[in-house]
Write a protein that binds this ligand. Structure first.
Ligand SMILES: Nc1ncnc2c1ncn2[C@@H]1O[C@H](COP(=O)(O)OP(=O)(O)OP(=O)(O)O)[C@@H](O)[C@H]1O
Ligand SMILES: [Mg+2]
Length: 329
């Protein structure tokens, strides 16, 4: 066991009670304002050099959490801490120093790379922005680390394949030697075989550089390989957060169990998207159900679940879940 001091030293990112409600206008002339409950009281930490997978069905709030950490979304409540620094409300200028430490990789490398710039300049750009040295050797080394060839440095993005473009994005993120990279569906647009290569690359780089990754994906099979711990979200809330083996061996939330049941078909053509086999629709995030948000679809729901919201609590070592069933045991 780590003592408290070591634990806080090892924590590179803390998300505390993060709540994001997006206002949406409804009704005649848009006079009525309603709120999308995209994230409600989300709390977790990211440790130095670990990968935390964040999974859940489309619309459950994964990107909202990732974008809040990157300061692309303004939280309604809650805090984001980088190490000990509260960055929740930092101004652009103040945030700049922390940017180097906090990089992002999104789904679509095409839109995150300027098509008119050569690969060399794309990878060099963040280094130049922060006044770091840029030489052919430094950039060539980044190319080598992500499995691109030196002679590709003068090519334009369209001359790379999808997987290679994502490698370029990774090289760009890596240059500043960040402590944290938020990967939001970083491999979701790639073919399954290429996905595995890019995941292997991220795993290797993370080990070599001790980077902490928040790895967002809707597909549990994708996060399984890369993650040390996994957080499962449902309708804006984390319902389970556990060390990977513990989560797979003994899921403690019926929603996680349902997600796991959706995974095991190895044939990608037959593999269902996470959650498809769970009966019933996800309720509207404009008006989430009272009590446990999953109770409308939960095969095990009982009276208490309809009335009282379960809190995320420790159910085993490195294992938290928010389900009343764990109290009964
Ligand atoms: N800017 C916005 N304004 C209003 N609602 C939004 C906004 N961005 C996201 N939402 C809504 O917030 C909820 C959470 O969205 P989010 O993109 O975080 O989900 P997600 O888990 O990343 O989904 P996906 O797997 O499809 O990427 C959804 O209901 C979405 O429609
Ligand atoms: Mg998303």
């Amino acid at each position: 066991m780590l003592d408290a001091a070591q634990t806080s030293q090892d924590t590179v990112l803390s998300v505390e009670g993060l709540t994001v409600h997006y206002p949406v206008r409804k009704g005649m002339l848009g006079r009525q304002v309603q709120y999308v409950h995209a994230a409600d009281d989300v709390s977790f930490t990211l440790r130095r050099g670990e990968t935390l997978g964040l999974v859940g069905e489309s619309g459950c709030g994964k990107s909202t959490v990732g974008r809040s950490i990157l300061r692309l979304v303004e939280p309604t409540r809650g805090k984001i801490l980088l190490g000990d620094t509260d960055i929740t409300h930092l101004e652009r200028g103040e945030m700049r120093a922390h940017r180097q430490n906090l990089q992002a990789i999104f789904q679509d490398p095409y839109s995150s790379l300027n098509q008119r710039m050569r690969a060399f300049d794309l990878v060099a750009e963040p280094l130049r922005n922060f006044g770091r040295p840029v030489t052919r050797e430094i950039i060539a080394d980044l190319f080598r680390q992500v499995g691109l060839r030196r002679d590709q440095m003068d090519n334009f993005p369209h001359q790379f394949s999808g997987g290679q473009r994502q490698r370029l994005v990774i090289a760009k993120a890596l240059g500043l030697q960040p402590e944290i990279i938020v990967c939001d569906e970083a491999v979701s647009a790639l073919d399954v075989s290429v996905q595995a290569q890019v995941i292997n690359l991220l795993t290797k780089l993370q080990r070599e550089h001790g980077i902490a990754l928040l790895f967002v994906a809707h597909d549990l099979a994708v996060v399984e390989h890369i993650s040390h711990r996994i957080a499962v979200m449902y309708l804006g809330q984390i319902v389970e957060l556990a060390e990977k083996r513990s989560l797979f061996a003994q899921p403690r939330h019926p929603y996680t169990r349902a997600l796991l049941d959706a995974v095991p078909v190895p044939d990608p053509k037959r593999r269902l998207e996470a959650g498809r086999i769970i009966p019933g629709d996800v309720p509207s995030p404009l008006n989430p159900p009272a009590g446990c948000r999953f109770h409308t679809r939960c095969p095990l729901a009982f009276d208490r679940c309809r009335k009282e919201a379960p809190v995320l609590k420790q159910v085993a070592a490195e294992h938290q879940a928010a389900c009343h069933l764990n109290d009964a045991a």
